[in-house]
Design a binder for this molecule. Structure first.
Ligand code: RAM
Length: 368
């Protein structure tokens, strides 16, 4: 009897231990993309990852200058930037002009120079126009990096790139090819005609389209919605009117793709005109659910901002100078090495673009 009781007790201990171990297992990884790794689930809850330090960061101000106000994608990027700076004990300053112009950013940067901030992270509205003011900032001892949308190499120490430019171009061309069934007209709905990141992706797409594989799909127009909702809506309507045979719209901007999603939904054009591009899951979930957008791509904008913040800290602390081969630990994102960029400057690449589709959109729409 005693033996039986002992055996029962042991069995209970084993079962309890197994159950306890099971409950500690990490949640299933998001692998529904069939290859691409899931974007790191991040957010404010991660802010405990790196404790505040009493390094040379305390009391210093780190500024980020976004393209313009009123863009939910930029809000997420700014949140990530602010989290990185505050984790380290610094002060984050988020600035943006009302309209996505170089002029508006130049005025803000002049103010930041006068304010003697420690670093400026610029999300470029123009590749060359900011050079004089950014050089002036660097001459004043301010560390300057670009994130999301670059500026030319003379205007920055390093660029924080959300994903490889050619990788993004390839994903978008392949999507247009797939969604048109390999033949027919498609158009691009971009942000402003000067936006560095948009133009780099569009140039890359045009280069990839020269491959004979894509000979039967035709890029008929690049339209510019200026990352403004109303203009993106009217540009989408103009595309539909000018190109009655249009089979697909590729919008590599979160503002543009959401505006096009609304127009195509309102006009009941699902399955007639396909939509893809780069979109925020939170804004695109309805259009993925209703079939207007079968799939799209993006990265984690919170992480782009967080990596930009960590890079600014490493520049100010002197861990890196922005030179090729420099490496540093970017807080909860781990280690990064600076590499050569296609424009002759240097960059840090966050990761690969991630595909959002019906199977994973519900999970991500709550995150960003
Ligand atoms: C818009 C902006 C931003 C870009 C995303 C994809 O919000 O143009 O710079 O990275 O779309």
């Amino acid at each position: 009897m005693k033996k039986r009781l002992l055996a029962l007790a042991l069995a209970a201990v084993v079962i309890f231990t197994l159950a306890a171990c099971g409950s500690k297992e990490a949640p299933a990884a998001n692998t529904s993309d069939g290859g691409a790794s899931a974007p790191a689930a991040s957010g404010d809850s991660d802010s405990a990852a790196t404790p505040a330090t009493d390094s040379g960061i305390a009391g210093k101000t780190f500024a980020i200058v976004a393209k313009n106000t009123g863009n939910p994608y930029a809000d997420k990027e700014n949140d990530g930037f602010t989290a990185a700076i505050e984790e380290a004990g610094g002060t984050a300053l988020v600035r943006a002009p009302e309209k996505p112009t170089a002029e508006g950013q130049i005025q803000i940067i002049e103010e930041l120079i006068n304010q003697q901030v420690a670093s400026i992270t610029i999300v470029g509205n123009d590749v060359d126009a900011l050079q004089p003011v950014l050089k002036k900032a660097m001459d004043a001892g301010i560390k300057v990096s670009a994130a999301d949308s670059g500026v030319n190499p003379a205007s920055r120490q390093v660029f924080i790139n959300q994903a490889g430019t050619t990788e993004i171009g390839q994903a978008l061309v392949d999507a247009a090819f797939d969604l048109t069934g390999g033949t027919g007209q498609f158009a691009i709905l971009s942000a402003t005609s000067q936006a560095t990141n948009q133009n780099a992706w569009i140039d890359s797409m045009k280069e990839i389209l020269k491959d004979p594989k894509y000979a039967s799909i035709e890029l008929v127009k690049v339209a510019y919605g200026d990352d403004l909702r109303d203009k993106s809506v009217s540009e989408t309507e103009a595309l539909l009117q000018s190109y009655p045979d249009l089979k697909c719209i590729v919008a590599p901007t979160t503002v543009g793709i959401a505006a096009a999603g609304k127009v195509l939904t309102d006009k009941n054009l699902q399955d007639k005109v396909e939509l893809t591009g780069l979109g925020l899951p939170s804004e695109m979930a309805d259009y993925i659910d209703n079939g207007v957008c079968k799939y799209m791509f993006l990265w984690n904008p919170i992480d782009v901002g967080y990596l930009a913040g960590q890079t600014a800290i490493a520049l100010v602390e002197g861990t890196i100078t922005g030179a090729e081969g420099d490496s540093f630990t970017a807080g909860r994102l781990g280690d990064y090495t600076i590499v050569a960029a296609a424009d002759g400057g240097t960059e840090i690449i966050l990761g690969a673009p991630f595909k959002f589709e019906p199977s994973n959109i519900a999970e991500w729409k709550a995150v960003y």
